[in-house]
Design a protein around this ligand. Structure first.
Ligand code: FES
Length: 102
């Protein structure tokens, strides 16, 4: 049994231009938004959801990236609507959001 039902890692890595990196795609703001929504929805905590920052996850060209464990489902995202969809579909309903999957 996992300590968290879903553990979400947002890559926050910053690289020098012209290298691709998640930090240049609003990764910090989207992590903060996701953490805030998860908390507001009452999803945060032991046995539920945890949102953390991560260093480079080595999928920089596909970024920005996040990964949800224990399923090891990788996503990219563009805006808050994408994060909302991942929260609602994956974290709440347990359904993978195929359109955002990488
Ligand atoms: S910078 Fe995000 S995966 Fe490498």
């Amino acid at each position: 049994m996992s300590y968290y039902k879903h553990h979400v890692f947002f890559c926050q890595n910053q690289r020098e231009a012209p290298e691709a990196c998640c930090a240049n795609h609003g990764a910090a703001a989207m992590r903060d938004y996701c953490k805030g929504r998860v908390k507001a929805l009452g999803l945060a905590g032991e046995g539920k959801v945890r949102v953390n920052q991560a260093g480079c996850l080595d999928r920089c060209e596909e970024g920005p990236v996040l990964v949800v464990y224990p399923e090891a489902t990788w996503y990219t995202y563009v805006d808050k609507a994408d994060i909302d969809e991942i929260i609602e579909e994956h974290l709440v309903n347990g359904r993978v959001v195929e359109r955002l999957r990488i």
